[in-house]
Ligand binder design. Structure first.
Ligand SMILES: [Fe+2]
Length: 99
């Protein structure tokens, strides 16, 4: 079990495969706020390639959105990916996943 910092508990994304979908939640123990002054601004899906990380998907979020992304597994080919989330106040956070 990984020990998370207080910031990590509400910022570190978690990528999970749920049936036909990939579900990315932007919290571990505490739901991240989605307010005009403090929110998760974007979620990028990056694929590990021989040339480095390649951005393959981008989601822009508004304060009225949930801090959660769902998209079909079929949108990605087999490989190793990094999900990168950006909080407007607390920088970027990561998780890796394999499909
Ligand atoms: Fe934050």
């Amino acid at each position: 079990m990984i020990s998370l910092t207080e910031q990590g508990k509400k910022h570190q994304p978690l990528a999970q495969i749920d049936g036909e979908n990939i579900v990315i939640t932007i919290w571990r123990e505490i739901t991240h706020p989605m307010q005009e002054v403090h929110l998760i601004e974007c979620v990028d899906i990056l694929m590990y390639t021989k040339a480095g990380l390649l951005r393959v998907k981008n989601f822009e979020l508004k304060h009225t959105d949930e801090p959660k992304i769902t998209f079909p597994v079929s949108d990605l080919k087999s490989g190793t990916y990094k999900v990168q989330t950006k909080c407007n106040l607390h920088w970027t956070w990561y998780d890796d996943f394999v499909i």
